[in-house]
Design a protein around this ligand. Structure first.
Ligand code: CFM
Ligand code: HCA
Length: 531
């Protein structure tokens, strides 16, 4: 396996080789700790699969909020990143507003760049109020806004006074930070500061929870809501799939936060602990085995006999409906291998989904995960801040004296933390098998080399690398968009996933692909200069 790696990084100039080596780890279970370099700038000249800060803020975190008019302040091209691009879906309740089927933008032109775009933004807000009358408006900044210095926060304040609704502004210019992760921070910090805690509700239900880091890709949140509802949980707010600003205002009333995607929201879950005394639990609702574990962990947290029994009954029912299908797919797929490269959490979560249907993961990587997503939360104190991190404003929260209350005694919490991942995440690397590879911020060169050497049966990707894989004759499945299939979450979702994967891998198509470079060598060349 070491030789494989040498071959992959062999053609890099010395400096880049040193850099890339630090982003690649061969799993060795005899080692207690394995360090990986992550959340650093991509080397200029290397084609990264990463997205930008604006994509992370508007596209990922804010975009799914259905009752918000999202105004993209910038050139019209950036507006493409609103609902359609990010596949936001929502169920709209009675008296709920929904603007997800619209894209709003200020459509900045040359003259706005030269003379400033604030007036146009004000006009856009006036127009949105007149036509749609929303309860919340969110303004997101694209690159030129920061460059010309439009004060979107002042515009938002004025509009808020004028209309008496929430108008929030996000300085999430695309160039901030090193990836979309910066955008998650900017979005979440503002939600925490300006929405959470704004509305009290009469809570009649037992087991009130928030779902954090679940973005309803392919309808996953719908399936999670269905099963949790069947057990008897009351979801107060979801951050942010099938979510709403209205619901987030009461999120402080929950007794537990479930964290699905640790990368995009773990710091907010920590703020809930500090400010309101709400603990969080790392869950994974992808794959039946992890779902069962997460449901049992949740029941243990509440510790109520009725809930424990209800949880077991629902697990039995849901599992019975899928077991036979999963066994059939396992027979078909046993022994196949997977190469996963996705954003900041799915490359971990999907390893368990594959395992259940007989597929082993040989390489897994994140576009923009941080060291704690790979190595576990215990490394957080050792992570050094860089200039890029300082670019993102830190939000400090204090205890809310009126609302803070402990959900469980300190002793009970300590006891539980030994059994369930309470306020903790172990990271991806620890769960990987000996000799497998963890790789950060993979590029196309490495993708091609690793695919040629390891010959996986499936490559899990986004749109930027999907066809690189197909051209090599290896089936590729997008784990961002699910190739517009889904849901893949929980029990029934696992069968949907297994079906799509089996259809893809077992299709005879791949054997017919015979690209020219399979017969003759491609371009050869050397690097010049004094590298
Ligand atoms: Fe979390 Fe996400 Fe992901 Fe992410 Fe994303 Fe996404 Fe993703 Mo695309 S929040 S880290 S920034 S799970 S958009 S819903 S699919 S890269 S693995
Ligand atoms: C983003 C959003 C993205 C892109 C997916 C892809 C998503 O980070 O810009 O590259 O295919 O899931 O929509 O991650």
């Amino acid at each position: 396996i070491e030789e494989t790696l040498e071959e992959v990084i062999d053609s890099y100039p010395a400096k880049s080789m040193k850099n890339r080596k630090e982003h690649i780890v061969i799993r060795d279970t005899s080692q207690d700790k394995q360090k990986i370099m992550a959340n650093t700038r991509t080397i200029p000249g290397i084609i990264s699969n990463r997205g930008c800060c604006f994509a992370g803020c508007q596209g990922v975190v804010l975009g799914p909020l259905k009752d918000v008019v999202h105004i993209v302040h910038g050139p019209i091209g950036c507006c493409y990143y609103t609902w359609g691009m990010r596949r936001n879906q929502a169920v709209v309740g009675e008296n709920e507003k929904n603007f997800l089927n619209f894209s709003f933008s200020t459509d900045m032109q040359d003259s706005d760049i030269v003379f400033g775009g604030e007036k146009k933004l004000e006009q856009a807000i006036d127009e949105a109020m007149e036509i749609f009358n929303p309860g919340t408006i969110m303004i997101t900044a694209t690159c030129p806004v920061g460059l010309i210095g439009d004060d979107i926060h002042a515009v938002a304040r004025r509009a808020q006074e004028k209309y008496g609704i929430s108008v929030m502004a996000f300085s999430c210019e695309g160039y901030k930070g090193v990836s979309q992760s910066a955008g998650h921070h900017i979005a979440n910090n503002e939600l925490m500061e300006h929405l959470v805690g704004k509305k009290e509700i009469e809570l009649e239900a037992e087991y009130p929870i928030n779902l954090m880091g679940e973005y309803n890709i392919g309808g996953d949140a719908f399936e999670i809501e269905r099963v949790l509802g069947k057990i008897g949980y009351k979801i107060i707010a979801t951050f942010s799939g099938n979510g709403s600003a209205e619901a987030i205002m009461s999120a402080h009333e929950a007794d537990l936060n479930l964290v699905q995607c640790h990368r995009s929201i773990n710091y907010i879950a920590e703020m809930f602990r500090e400010k309101y005394g709400v603990p969080w639990l790392k869950v994974n609702f992808l794959g039946v085995d992890q779902t069962i574990k997460s449901l049992r962990d949740m029941a243990k947290y509440f510790g109520d006999e009725k809930l424990i029994q209800r949880t077991e009954a629902v697990i039995a029912e849901e599992l019975a409906a899928v077991e036979q299908s999963l066994a059939m797919y396992q027979d078909l797929l046993e022994g196949k291998t997977a190469f996963l490269f996705v954003g900041g959490s799915r490359a971990h979560h999907y390893q368990n989904v594959f395992k259940r249907i007989g597929i082993d993961t040989v390489v897994a990587g994140y576009e923009f995960g941080h060291r704690d997503d790979y190595e576990g939360r215990e490394v957080i104190p050792d992570i050094k801040m860089t200039a890029d991190d300082r670019n993102i404003p830190e939000l400090e929260v204090e205890k809310d004296e009126q609302r803070y209350h402990l959900r469980l005694s300190k002793e009970k919490m300590e006891e539980l933390a030994k059994e369930i991942p309470l306020n903790n995440y172990e990271g991806m690397i620890k769960e990987m098998e000996d000799g497998t590879i963890a790789i950060d911020d993979l590029n196309h060169h490495e993708q091609v080399k690793l695919t040629k050497i390891l010959k996986p049966d499936i490559y899990c990707s986004g749109i930027k690398d999907k066809y690189t894989s197909h051209k090599m004759g290896v089936f590729s499945k997008q784990l961002h968009s699910y190739d517009y299939s889904g849901p893949y979450a929980m029990f029934k979702g696992h069968v949907n996933f297994a079906r799509d994967v089996a259809n893809g891998i077992l299709s005879p198509t791949w054997g017919y692909i015979n690209p020219p470079w399979k017969k003759e060598a491609g371009l050869e060349g050397n690097y010049g200069g004094d590298y």
